[in-house]
Ligand binder design. Structure first.
Ligand code: GTP
Ligand code: MG
Length: 292
């Protein structure tokens, strides 16, 4: 069979994780309108007759301001060697800028064949596509250039074919039916973090880390208990995440439960708490404790 690895890289918020979910056909990575959502290299597996593609979604490459930021860039850069194909994604709706040129520069140092993707073609006028494509072409030496929409799925199949054509003969790296390398606890923590980011504003989303403390059958039949802690960095953020009378945390819980129930295939009792872990983004030991 044909099989291999494909890294998806680009600056934050261009739609990398949305593409991962589209190609895999399942929600394996969280996606939000807030840049720097993804914090791990997340593997998602596309199974086809006679073919397996392991996609590696990565944190958006950016100018780091914290230890966490440096760590995220290292994770993204670390995936570039050891894959068969790289997908370099830019956001056609936001336009191509210095952040994209910076990532393209990094890719110039890597020998892996790279397919450039112009994402979000659903979100701007068609007349703007040609200039965007030529700007993208000028950024590097790309094996192919593909305009697509990760959100609507438009042209995603074309990208998959181009990736498949570049894969070697190889083994199946994941068993049939397995679409991700994350544990249920990791996925559940990410689903909670997605809703926390979606509900929060300003700088708070970046200050949140989520750890699932417990996940298992509850006392009543068909109920799964998920207990998770939302860690914030500053004392003032605790009150913001909890909200007046607990309203904000409740809102996060209701939204997260709606995502967790299909994931776990059960009714979910979700127990959320908020704790302070001072300046965790700047402390390597705390980062390790949070799994980063
Ligand atoms: N209109 C439109 N929006 C999209 C498309 N793809 C992604 N988005 C939106 O763009 C935002 C960012 O998407 P993500 O997939 O989280 O982006 P990312 O590149 O993984 O971001 P980081 O993890 O922060 O690096 C979300 O609000 C998505 O819904 C697209 O094709 N069209
Ligand atoms: Mg992402």
């Amino acid at each position: 069979m044909r099989s291999g690895f494909c890294a998806i890289v680009g600056r934050p918020n261009v739609g990398k994780s949305t593409l991962l979910n589209a190609v895999v056909g399942a929600k394996v990575a969280i996606t939000t309108p807030v840049p720097q959502t993804t914090r791990h290299a997340i593997r998602g597996v596309l199974h086809r007759d006679g073919m397996q593609v392991v996609f590696v979604d990565t944190p958006g490459l950016h100018k780091p301001k914290t230890v966490l930021g440096n760590r995220l860039n290292d994770v993204a850069r670390g995936t570039l060697s050891g894959v068969d194909v790289v997908v370099f994604m830019v956001d056609g709706a936001a336009g191509i800028g210095r952040g994209d040129a910076f990532v393209a520069g990094l890719l110039g140092e890597v020998a892996t064949p790279t397919i450039a993707v112009l994402n979000k073609v659903d979100a701007y006028a068609r007349a703007k596509q040609l200039p965007q494509l030529s700007r993208l072409a000028a950024l590097g030496d790309w094996a192919e250039i593909v305009p697509l929409s990760a959100a609507t799925g438009d042209n995603v199949d074309v990208l998959v074919e181009l990736i498949a054509a570049r894969l070697p003969e190889g083994p199946a790296y994941f068993p049939d039916g397995q679409v991700s390398d994350q544990t249920t606890e990791q996925l559940a923590a990410e689903f909670v973090r997605e809703q926390a980011i979606t509900v929060m504003r300003e700088e708070v989303p970046h200050s949140i880390a989520v750890v699932v403390d417990e996940l298992g059958p509850g006392e009543s039949e068909g109920v799964t208990v998920v207990a998770a802690t939302l860690y914030v960095e500053r004392d003032s953020q605790k009150g913001i995440v909890i909200g007046r009378g607990g309203a904000v945390l409740r809102d996060i819980g209701v939204r997260a439960r709606a995502q967790l129930e299909p994931l776990l295939g059960a009714r979910v009792f979700l127990d959320l708490r908020v704790k302070l872990m001072k300046e965790w983004q700047r402390d390597p030991r705390k980062l390790r404790r949070l799994g980063y």
